[in-house]
Design a protein around this ligand. Sequence first.
Ligand code: PMP
Length: 444
Amino acid sequence: MSREAVQKTRSLRERDADTIAEIARLRFSPLSLIGGRGSRLIEEGGREILDLSASAGSASLGYGHPAVVEAVTEATRDMAGASLLLYPNENAVSLAETLLAVTPGEGARKVWFGHSGSDANDCAVRVLQAATGRSRFISFIGSYHGNLSGSMAVSGHTAMTHTLPRPGLVLLPYPEPFRPRFTADAVLDMLDYQFETTCPPHQVAAVFIEPLMSDGGLIVPPPGFLKALADRCRRHGIRIVVDEVKVGLGRSGLMHCFEHEGLAPDMVVLGKGLGGGLPLSAVVGPREIMDHAPAFALQTTAGNPVTTAAGRAVVETVARERLWERAARVGQVFSDGLRALAERHEIIGDVRGRGLAVGVDLVADRESRAPVPVSTTAKVIYRGYELGAAFSYVGLKGNVLEFTPPLTLTEAEALEGVAIVDRALADVAAGRVSDEAVAPFMMW
Ligand code: PMP
């Protein structure tokens, strides 16, 4: 049989299962794609699916946005292969200038470009250690900063089953308003205790902060907590790194999520939506650190004219159209709609987030707030897919529905999404999705 004939008899999903490494796949539903337009994905067979996750936040302007398409097409026709590590190119330098202009910060700063949130946080770890001569870091239980050796080793996520935390890493609990096992004050106290005992602060290069914990469960920190933590660290010369990879560039309802927390980071890490779907990440940091050449964070195709053309299109569109305001407005409609569902669905324990980063915490029991088993979350997602929407789950217990739709989502699409979640919850409660159906879609 010819290759074309084989392809016709086997679905994309089957071929995916046979060829794409399991270590590189997170499949939340049987959805396989043949296209995308705006906030819609087109699945094999032609059905349209409302994308309430924007491919984990990377399709920040949706699919096929004309600004991205035009910029990338032009750059691809031009000097697509030109490496920033050998020669400056207009798109990279101009995007760096824009990022420096839109990112608040003190003193002279510079920009590093990479391909993913993972490599950007990895770079931050390496350059901070090399430039400060301090080798310890602080981060949070539940945090996810990436999956390269450096970035995963400063994370505190259950996905790290085969990666040990970095030696000397201090992992703090992220105070969770919905399940206040550790209050903000208790966590600050723990930090002080670490400084007084086993972790002399002069050994610590930086603290890695997610201003809204994403993969750890879409957790908005208690007001004032991150500022108090950052102030304590800064007193000891510890640098503040803010990981904006999932929630930055307009998604939270402000240009940068850290602005909600009154943080003044030394270093800001951007990724996902920065490239509007193309592989692009950036670190914005103090010149004296970013110019520390022995840290050697070069990659041949980083900052190339094509990915940075996409980045320019995204950042310029977000700024010109003030998409953070739209994210705040449409996000409000979306989360109000989801909150109203809580009146009918006992399983909804909490609806939280900022702008178009919204989480729905599913509970087995409202009194104890015990999380539902992950199979229940998976069923809601599966049914949501059958009804025409794509979304996924996060949280160390896998019980939080995560919504990070394109920033271009309309109010009508937000309401359509709420209606689908409503029906999906009702159908799961009525036992319409079997354990067998979701067995292939439970990651951990
Ligand atoms: N940081 C945060 C906050 C993230 O949410 C993620 C991905 N979920 C990463 C870093 C890693 O990004 P990437 O998958 O692009 O490497």
